[in-house]
Design a protein around this ligand. Structure first.
Ligand code: NAP
Ligand code: F7E
Length: 347
């Protein structure tokens, strides 16, 4: 029996790699959209290629861009995918303040291009949109659930808000099986190096081995609901297996500050951080060596910020039976150990 065909945009990213692995295990033929000159040679994609070869499954990469409607249209007509997972995005919130127009072309109208490929070609394709907890932004209530009002506070979040509503519109207006996963932060050893969790674990590993002096960060009192990417891609798949499309918060229901993440990761790296000073003058010093490990750097502050995100995944649990397996401390340990193993001692 030939498995279903899935197309993943953003397959070179963190979530794309975990989702490709999951779908291959489930027997899908997996196709991935890759920008020319992207991270397509990342180690985990090589692993996925090896897995697909071992399982005898199709895992095919197609060069394309979410900004190129004609190219996307050709690909949809060729593949006629059963399921599309749109994970492609400029996903670094801080970067979207610097290039807001380019970001909206991917994070906002890019989504419309994909939906139009389905609608105009009269396909029965089910569509998953990677939406974001950033939609809640300056939060109106905590925890945030599917009925919490949105208040986006970055170009990223405003573009994702457009995407959220256009997906909902195609579901309600055209009867399309389309849904938004309102994703809270999720991490892994495959997380991009500029996101705060990975920046922390990679830097601490480098400091531990003498390859870096200090770790410089922005707002360490921001609070996030951090889960593990492998749990979150399971939820993406579950959403497309339901009889109709819908929107779901995907979160752990637990939140921690960046400061707490630093303290936990530091402990796994063999540091014991004590905090001294206030504001931009604050430092984190290792009690044992007396060395300053953490410094505050204003360049990593954003013009505006979602200060406190905490998701309520009750709908996902009640309707889809989804529950995240990996707890905060295990996530931190997993990421710290992976980076310590990656960074070899200088001598
Ligand atoms: P990621 O690691 O940054 O991956 C983003 C992917 O999008 C990469 O494969 C990137 O390709 C691709 N991409 C960027 N611009 C593109 C374009 N113009 N055309 C085609 N592909 C393009 O992000 P992630 O953490 O896996 O997140 C996946 C999705 O979930 C994103 O939409 C993100 O906004 C959303 N999300 C993530 C989180 C989270 O905590 N991880 C939370 C909420 C929402 P290159 O290799 O070429 O750069
Ligand atoms: O920042 C603070 C920063 O860049 C987390 C994306 O996947 O999740 C992610 O967006 C917090 C923020 O992720 C640094 O100000 C302090 O408060 O890891 P992050 P994010 O902005 O929460 C959402 C849900 C998405 O949708 C996004 O795609 O950490 N922070 N110092 C810092 N952040 C970074 N990146 N670098 C710092 O030096």
């Amino acid at each position: 029996m030939v498995g279903k065909t899935a197309l993943i945009t953003g397959v070179t990213g963190q979530d794309g790699s975990y989702l490709a692995d999951l779908l291959l295990e489930k027997g899908y033929q997996v196709h991935g959209l890759v920008r020319s000159g992207s991270r397509a040679s990342s180690a985990w994609l090589e692993e996925t290629k090896a897995t697909s070869a071992k399982l005898g499954r199709v895992f095919q990469l197609h060069t394309g861009d979410i900004g190129d409607w004609q190219g996307l249209d050709r690909l949809f007509r060729e593949l006629r995918p059963d399921e599309v997972y749109n994970l492609a995005a400029q996903s670094q919130v801080g970067e979207t303040f610097k290039s807001p127009i380019a970001s909206v072309e991917v994070d906002g109208t890019g989504v419309l291009r994909l939906l139009e490929c389905i609608r105009l070609n009269k396909l029965e394709t089910r569509f998953y949109q990677a939406s974001s907890a950033e939609l809640f932004g300056k939060v109106r209530e905590s925890p945030q659930n599917e009925t919490t009002p949105f208040h986006p506070c970055s170009p990223y979040a405003v573009a994702k808000l457009y995407a959220f509503w256009i997906v909902k519109h195609y579901r309600e207006g055209y009867g399309m099986h389309a849904g938004n996963g309102i994703l809270f932060n999720h991490e892994s050893p495959r997380r991009g190096e500029n996101f705060v969790t990975r920046k922390i674990t990679l830097s601490l590993a480098r400091i531990r081995t003498g390859l870096q002096e200090t770790l410089r960060l922005g707002n360490i009192d921001a609070r996030r609901d951090w889960g593990h990417a492998a749990d979150f891609v399971e939820m993406m798949w579950l959403m497309l297996q339901q009889p109709t499309g819908d929107d779901y918060v995907t979160a752990t229901g637990e939140s921690h500050t960046v400061r707490e993440f630093i303290e936990a990761a530091s402990a796994f790296a063999g540091f014991e951080i004590v905090w001294e000073g206030k504001g931009l003058e604050e430092v984190g010093r290792d009690r044992k060596s007396g060395k300053v490990v953490i410094e505050i750097d204003p360049q990593f502050y954003r013009p505006s910020e979602a200060a406190f995100l905490l998701g309520d995944p009750a709908k996902a649990k009640a309707r889809l039976g989804w529950e995240p397996k990996v707890k905060f401390v295990d996530l931190v340990r997993m990421m710290m150990e992976a980076d310590l193993a990656r960074i070899s001692p200088k001598t």
